[in-house]
Design a protein around this ligand. Structure first.
Ligand SMILES: Cc1cc2nc3c(=O)[nH]c(=O)nc-3n(C[C@H](O)[C@H](O)[C@H](O)COP(=O)(O)O)c2cc1C
Length: 456
């Protein structure tokens, strides 16, 4: 049974010792980020900071470990990949919530709007302000009406205004660009506190014509129940804790950032549009949510890894049937460094797969292809393949002038986002097809050999 709402997931986390209530007073800008960093490193529990200097509890660290991701999907390490793939293959359309939606128990408009009343931490000391990092942005294509959900950082400016960062190659950014071309005011809704599968669904890499609610429904195994917003023509999950409706003010720009980002570096401040909040609606006694991003591994990386790997595998598998498994490593921000295992059927096929991987929206900077006898999730096995199966002059190549991966600190970030380019490295660490190669020397049968003297 999928989680009905955020609160049900919190109950399950508590039962598993994966959520701890912190009732002593905490400083949002000091205790909270330090506690979150610690729990990410130790793969510890999430926290419910009840005494954080605001009227609302702050739940944070919900994606701080793989074990909580498995609880979110109600899966095990053995079943998770298949479960996600099966969900992607069976999308389920959303339904309309009947009755008064919980997220509309309190509706604030006009002077009653005050985003500064919610607990929004400063995560890294040189951040340019308070960033809402855990919210899901709902927007839609102004021509087709197809809705998108995705995570985007929002920096609080005033009680009814924030600024945000929507990269041009992500759908919220594309929807805004299209509105601008059509002369339409872009609108959106920030959703906080939902069934966690919806948050993971945001990170599935799919086409611009995909209705993301269908994807979320498939992953949940049940439709997402939606309700229409109060001031914008969008629909949001009816049981959300908090919904912030807004319209983008393309003419009023401010400096957004810096923010300590998923690369482990600050992204410099740059000029971005602002957005005016048109309504805040919430459940009675709502939970707010925080999320640590920064040097891997943080919540950002855990949130991306399962959906990225599953959707990336699915895309490659369509063209390369011998693809076995893929790893989009957290050390590379779940973006920059990808390992694929496959059995090339003809010379050059591994290189084709590398180029296909570079062409996806993951935008990896490093793509390594190994054969199926190498465990893509084990760095030392991958390094073994790179050490002994690669002849660099033949098997390593650089593709120049590729679109830069998001927020790459090694490139020239001075111009507009749409102008940022980089390059990517392909490494074919498979043995040449049809040519003799030295035989692998391993001890046969060692895995199953019973050796009681060796501790586990
Ligand atoms: C926690 C988190 C925060 C993110 N913040 C941003 C952001 O501020 N801007 C952005 O363009 N992408 C951001 N991303 C990446 C996008 O959410 C992600 O790539 C997503 O797949 C985009 O989906 P969409 O194109 O369907 O909206 C973030 C990802 C995560 C996990």
């Amino acid at each position: 049974m999928p989680y009905q709402d955020f609160r049900q997931f919190l109950d399950v986390l508590r039962q598993h010792g994966e959520l701890v209530d912190v009732d002593r007073p905490v400083d949002l800008d000091d205790d909270v980020p330090k506690a979150l960093k610690q729990t990410c490193v130790r793969e510890g529990p999430a926290f419910n900071f009840t005494s954080n200097g605001t009227d609302y509890p702050l739940v944070a660290g919900l994606y701080a470990s793989r074990s909580k991701a498995l609880l979110a999907f109600e899966a095990t390490e053995e079943t998770i990949f298949e479960k996600v793939l099966s969900g992607l293959d069976h999308p389920i359309a959303p339904t309309t919530f009947s009755g008064e939606a919980p997220c509309h128990e309190v509706v604030l408009t006009g002077d009653a709007i005050d985003i500064t009343r919610f607990p929004v931490p400063i995560y890294s000391p040189k951040d340019g302000g308070r960033f809402i990092t855990a919210a899901i942005v709902v927007s839609k294509d102004p021509e087709t009406g197809v809705p998108d959900i995705g995570h985007y950082r929002f920096q609080v400016l005033e009680k009814d205004r924030f600024t945000f960062f929507a990269q041009v190659f992500h759908r919220f950014g594309k929807n805004i660009a299209k509105c601008e071309r059509l002369g339409v005011v872009p609108k959106g809704a920030l959703v906080i506190g939902v069934d966690p599968v919806l948050a993971y669904a945001c990170q599935v890499q799919c086409s611009d014509t995909t209705n993301d609610w269908d994807v979320a429904g498939g992953l949940r195994g049940a439709p997402v129940e939606l309700v229409r917003c109060k001031t914008v023509d969008l629909e949001v999950p009816a049981t959300a804790e908090v919904v912030i409706e807004f319209e983008v003010d393309l003419a009023r720009k401010v400096l957004e950032g810096p923010l300590g980002e998923y690369t482990g570096y600050y992204t410099p401040a740059s000029e971005k549009p602002t957005a005016r909040i048109t309504a805040i609606t919430h459940r009675r006694k709502p939970y707010f949510q925080g999320l640590l991003t920064g040097k891997p591994v943080t919540e950002n990386h855990i949130l991306k890894q399962i959906p990225f790997e599953a959707s990336f595998w699915r895309t490659l598998k369509q063209q390369f049937p011998t693809v076995g498994s893929v790893a989009i490593r957290a050390s590379g921000g779940v973006q920059f460094y990808v390992v694929i295992s496959m059995q090339p059927r003809f010379a050059g096929e591994a290189r084709q797969a590398i180029l296909a991987a570079m062409a996806t929206n993951v935008r990896p900077k490093w793509v390594v292809v190994v054969e199926p006898d190498v465990d893509v999730h084990n760095p030392s096995e991958v390094e073994w393949a790179m050490s002994f199966r690669v002849r660099p002059d033949r098997d390593v190549f650089v593709v120049e002038h590729t679109p830069a991966a998001p927020l790459d600190p090694s490139i020239d970030n001075s111009g507009p986002l749409a102008t940022h380019t980089s390059s990517a490295v392909g490494i074919d660490a498979t043995r040449p097809v049809g040519e003799p190669f030295a035989e692998v020397a391993d001890v046969p049968g060692w895995r199953d050999y019973s050796m009681p003297e060796l501790k586990k």
